[in-house]
Design a protein around this ligand. Structure first.
Ligand code: CA
Length: 237
């Protein structure tokens, strides 16, 4: 496996269908990325360690170890952004993908333009504060987050949040009481324009976040919603 000569971010493609893997690899290389292909889950996990990708594109349908198992194995030791590819209409696959730590998903067949837009958005992590500059810790009730170290705690216990979950919580928590539309959350937190069912991405991420930080996710007290409009963090007392 050759290392890229330049500092082009490496994308690891995990897809057993050679034709799709080749198209992805060529498109990513043309767009300025380095790309590695794994055709099976075990190989993908091994390549993760070897090529330290900036992002993983992971197909759900793989022989032996499926995409969910691969995502779980990767999440055990990495917070690399994971974009999952799911079959058309398989809603439960998307939910399960988020559960095992995927940051985004795309339904097959997808347009290469949309795939590249999502890859770029996932890689566009907001820069952390410069070293040495104190970033205030945000607190509300028993929730506490440290923007600099990207740590979150509930009642003093660490909460394991994905990249997007943390970004979403930080965004909402920094604006208590402000109702934010899903479209604006997509633009500001995910970094992409509204596409078809992408509002669902926001809902699912909120759902996962509530499961991690609310005492009762069905009766949230931190992340509140106005049906059909958007979300807001509970207003300051
Ligand atoms: Ca496949």
């Amino acid at each position: 496996m050759a290392q890229p000569v330049q500092e082009a971010p490496t994308v690891l493609i995990v897809e057993d269908e050679r034709r799709i893997a080749d198209i992805l690899r060529m498109s990513l290389c043309r767009a300025g990325f380095a790309a590695e292909v794994a055709v099976a889950g075990g190989e993908a996990v091994a390549l993760m360690r070897a090529c330290r990708p900036a992002l993983v594109i992971l197909d759900v349908m793989l022989p032996q170890m499926d995409g969910f198992a691969v995502a779980e194995a990767m999440r055990a030791h990495s917070d690399v952004p994971i974009l999952m590819l799911t079959a058309k209409g398989a809603e439960e696959d998307k939910l399960r993908g988020f559960e095992v730590g995927a940051d985004d998903y795309l339904t097959k067949p997808f347009s290469m333009a949309e795939l590249l837009a999502r890859v770029r958005a996932l890689l566009r992590r907001r820069p952390l504060a410069p070293a040495g500059e104190a970033v205030p810790v945000l607190r509300a009730g028993d929730i506490e987050i440290e923007p600099q170290s990207r740590a979150a705690r509930k009642a003093g216990q660490p909460v394991d949040l994905s990249l997007r979950e943390f970004d979403l919580l930080l965004y909402l928590m920094s604006r208590p009481g402000q109702l934010i539309s899903r479209e604006r959350l997509l633009t500001d937190v995910w970094g992409y324009e509204y596409f078809g069912d992408s509002a669902r991405t926001v809902d699912v991420t909120v759902w996962r976040l509530r499961n991690k930080i609310e005492d009762n996710p069905r009766e949230p007290v931190y992340i509140l919603s106005r049906r059909g409009v958007g979300y807001f963090f509970r207003p300051q007392e």
